[in-house]
Design a protein. Sequence first.
Length: 178
Amino acid sequence: MKGIVFNVLEEVVVANYGEAVWDDLLDAAGSDGVYTSLGTYPDDHILRLVKAASEALGMPPMDVVRWFGRQAIPRFAERYPVFFTAHTSTRPFVLALNTIIHPEVRKIYTGAQCPEFDFQDAENGALLIGYRSPRKLCAIAHGFIEGVADYYREAVEVEHLNCMHGGDERCLMRMTVH
């Protein structure tokens, strides 16, 4: 996992819960908290932080990950405004993940392992989003979608139809923008 994710996680936790909570999470996760944005860290670092946050907040781990994804988007929009200003709404932003956003992420953060998405139009203007990643962090993708909708001041509904956590080959979500 790239260090930028840890940096943004720290910002989100500190902004919402304070520095003492961030320090407590680091202690519970057995982490020194030294993450450089361009560095690459073992996935278990984020998983230990999620577990610590889940226990501290009394939230299921996937809810913590989804919350983080949603809270992270304003910080990513500040750091990388060109990704956001190139679009006027949630749907075109999401559709640009594979072709524009993730290739640029890989240029900025060498070695970044981005998930793979596939898209299919669905009834009533909904979008089916397939998600594949060895990390199985579909909840962060869900949170990112909600955060992007917040950014564009749209209401969005994300429904999980299939999930790798349940043994499916890929996650499948239906995104409906209202």
